[in-house]
Every structure is written in C-alpha cells, then in structure tokens.
Design a protein. Sequence first.
Length: 322
Amino acid sequence: MKAAVHTRYGSPDVVSIAEVDKPPVGEQDILVAVHATTVNRTDCAYRAAKPFFVRTTTGLTRPKRTILGTEFAGVVTEVGREVTSFTVGDQVFGYNEGAFGTHAEFLSVPANGPVATIPAGVSFASAAAGTEGSHYALAMIRVSSVQAGQSVLVHGATGGIGSAAVQLLKSLDITVTAVCDTANMELVKGLGADRVVDYTTEDFTDDDQRYDAVFDAVGKSRFGRCKRLLNPRGAYVSSELGPWAQNLFLPLVTLGRDKKVRFPFPKQDQRMVQYLGELLQSAKYEPVIDRRYPLDQIVEAYRYVETGRKVGNVVIDVVPPS
C-alpha cells in the first residue's frame, strides 16, 4: 500500500510517500481502506518531536511509528474473526493517536477502540475532520464544568479546536463570545457565536464582559492575562501547556481558589466517537474544512498547517473524492 512515511524527526521534508506492507489484522481488529484523513497540530508535533518529551513515547532518537496520522474515515475491508460490531462494507471514522497510521491507504484498528459508523449523509472528508479538534474541545468543556445558560469566551475560534468548541458549546445552550481576525468574523458567526471579538483591532483581555470559562484554543495567551475575564468560580482552560508548562501546575496552585486553571485530558474511546457522530448527524456540529490535498501532496499540507493560518481543518484525500 501507499503511505506517508517518516524515519526521522524534523521539518515537513522528512515525510515521503512510499510503498509499505498492509498492517496486520488481529482477531479483534478491523482493516479500513482509508478514504480521507487530516494533517493537524498533533501530527506536526509528533513529526517534529516538539516538545522534546514526546520522544519518550515515540522513540528517543528516531520515530517508532513511521506512519503518522490521527484521524480517518473509510470503508471496512476486513474484520477479525472475533469482531461482531462491524462488517465488510461499513463506512467508519475514528481517532488513532498513539498508534497513528492514518496517513496511508489501509489502517488496522481495534474494533472496540475510538471508531464508529459514519452517519448517513456525512462525507468522508467531514467525518475524517470530525474527531481531533472536537475531542479536545469536548475535554475543555468537561473539565471547565460549564453548563447551559452560562457563558464562555473562545480564543482562537477559527482553528480546529476553536471552531469545534464554538459549535459544541452552542449545542449545549451556552452563550459564546469568539475571538478571531477580521477576515473570519462572518465564518465564526456562522458557527453560532453570539458575539465576535476582532483581535486585530482590540485586545480581548480588555473585554468588559465576564465569563464562566475562557478557552484558549490556540495556546497563545495565559492565565495571568485572562484571569480578570472570569466570573467567580470561573475556569481558564488552555489547549497547550503554556510557558514552562505552567498549565500543568497552575491547576494545583489555583485549587480551591475563586478563579482556577483546568487542563484538559481528552478521552479517546468509542463512546467519544459515537457522540461526535450523533452531533454530525444532527448538524449541530460540522467540521470547518480549509483545504484539501491528495496524499501525494501531504508535505505541502504539513507546510500549510505550520504557517499557523489554517482555518479549521486540512483534509488529505487518500481516495480522490467522487
């Protein structure tokens, strides 16, 4: 099969297209012919081994997993003999961080893992882009404990996480103020944001409104600057570790305080994917797709993602869309 392979850490140029063996299919696995996948910030971090500590899981001097990719959508072509939940021909999507391997024509995953049937009417591209940013957004929502009727500010509302967070928050009847640039204000309003702040003309941390939570979905702010925006018992949640990994330690420092920091640790299980499928089917969530590339151009996709200018998701069409 054809796959995007990297045998060393580094820039997008360490990735190349190669012919490799199909992955083995265990008794409890399914083999998926991948139609669409994505390139996202998670892939970029593992490919470059930045931050350095990711090497403790991926390989100290060189990558143990040579085929990256976390999100996928495709068709089941083989099932292990103990599998009863999927059959050949099922259209499925899911998330595979850790094992990776979605940047390829075929992928083997456990049938009881983070994989589910694609809802009727949802395209392979939308399904493939429907898990990475959204499962981080879900984690932010859960750790912040926000509820219907409360208010949240989302910084970085045009990214994969932020664009998902706006929609998922609105699905829970939460009032959303979104922060983005001038060019994408209409897009973010279309996602359901109740109010949009243009960061190119004003500093969102000077906002007069107060919020039950502030989500930094791009990791470009910090608790010290956003604290004043929080209501009593409000929470600051970032998708990134922050300077000197402070967002891992501040939850302990602020424990029991009136305004606190929470760090999201996302769930990666089948129920998570099924829930996202339900949202996709109900049209309460539709992943924003910025650009699409064929697998042969995945290096260009990496380069684009690393410009920091992508809006929503970058999809890789492993099978050309019909």
